[in-house]
Design a protein around this ligand. Sequence first.
Ligand SMILES: [Zn+2]
Length: 574
Amino acid sequence: MQAIRRLQDPNPRITKPLCVKEKFSCLAGRDALAGRSDRAARGLRCEARSVGVRLLMEWRTPLGFEIGRQPFDECWWLVAGRVSLLPMSSKKRDLGVTPLSEDVSAWYNEIVFKAELADRGPAKGTMVIRPYGYAIWELLQAQLDQRFKDTGHVNAYFPLFIPESYFHREAEHVEGFSPELAVVTHAGGKELDEPLVVRPTSETVIGEMYARWISSYRDLPVLINAWNNVVRWELRPRIFLRTTEFLWQEGHTAHADEAEAMVETLQMLDVYAEFARNVAAIPMIEGEKTPGERFAGAVRTFTIEGMMRDGKALQSGTSHYLGTNFAKAFDITYSDQNNEVQHVHTTSWGMSTRMIGAVILAHGDDQGLVLPPRLAPIQIVIIPIGRDDSGAAATSKAEELAAELRVAGVRVHVDARDASPGFKFNDWELKGVPLRAELGPRDLEAGHVLVAHRVGEYDEKGRAVKEAIPFSEFGGRVPAMLDEYHGYLLARADAYRESNTSTVDEWQAFAEQVDTGFALAFHCGRPQCEGDIKSETSATPRCIPTYGDAAEGVCIRCDKPSDYGKRVVFGRAY
Ligand SMILES: [Zn+2]
């Protein structure tokens, strides 16, 4: 862990020529070369790669090492203790994708296409979710939906078109959403009497229906969720992260009072955080949005924020307490036990296809996607190796083993394509498949399969450690390996976030910290001051953490007394 921390130093500058040994010590935070052969260095490179830092160390020759740091013009080589400036080969030529360690943003834009997750739709800002990407969505949907049902919710469907006048009933709601609305003015060959809005979210139409369905305290609570698509006009679209049309779920509940509605709001925030951690292997910070970042029409907005591989935040799910704002706008009332008419208190909460973007950005590396096993459409790929008869025997055994895994509930694929093993290895690495099993003539003879993790341990030659699993144990061992791999990804993401989060009290330190990660700082709570921070550093208050310690201090920007009673999480965001 010590080594990983040091490697994440945002400015690992080496200012003077050092001998090989010293340089490795400097980069890895320990005397990495002591007593090691050149092969050990390749193992180190893999370690660096696996935490997604902007550092690359490459095994070069049996005599020396190549160490590179991007950008290109700053790359340098080290050969057996001598320093010389030479160009370093770019990974882009190998994979056809900009390495994540060089440019996370470019990597992301390329990998969604290259891994066949999605494509651009013909209308600007729309996306086509391809089968591999949609399979991730289906897995996400199924596991999230189960959690909704476990907490007492039921699914329903509400219409795509909403009368425009509905949006004007809640003043803040219409103000917040107006710039993003798509409005239908003509249909059936003529102009409509009243334009129809293509839903950007369904509070209004659901409010209208709840007013009809709720009349007594006996009708409460109403706990409904809807899986659907929504449209919010995007000027700067980005696949999965911001698209004009996206898929999501929206939960809408109605309660007798504030206390019960707040319990629901926070319960669903916890459901999202638990789901992100246990299914997507992403640790989230749960917290409340500052007033400037609230949902239009909400009294309180809560969020889960994950850290991506470039230290930026991604808001991955939100839960809102709407108070009686929509109940008053749509006249949703009930008679209480004393026969007095009361307004209901409502909540809404959502998670979308953006979560796929979070998975891509939280786990990926230079080799491509890294999918957490519980969301991976293919959890293990078996690659039979060999030609003619031995190839056929390997393929047939692979199919047999795959059938066994399917019975154990594992999503398995046998890659019997007419292509080289090397090509297949790279292809499945790029697609982020968690486990890869190889089965060649020698393995058949030995009666075992060789299984490697997509990321994880590396041997002294810098190759992924392969575990030889006897045929008889394979079906039982793979599910456990997938669980261990989930734990590994989560621990890695946890360590990454921890090492890129700092408590800061000085403006300069704040500005530097938000450049590469999260800063925990005091803030005065004034929107004007939030604006100043954003214009100077591009950072915004991500949330006031739910579980943070109570503390008081002075604002990081303006020195006024802090608000919120605790430190606020600041970061740049997607
Ligand atoms: Zn301030």
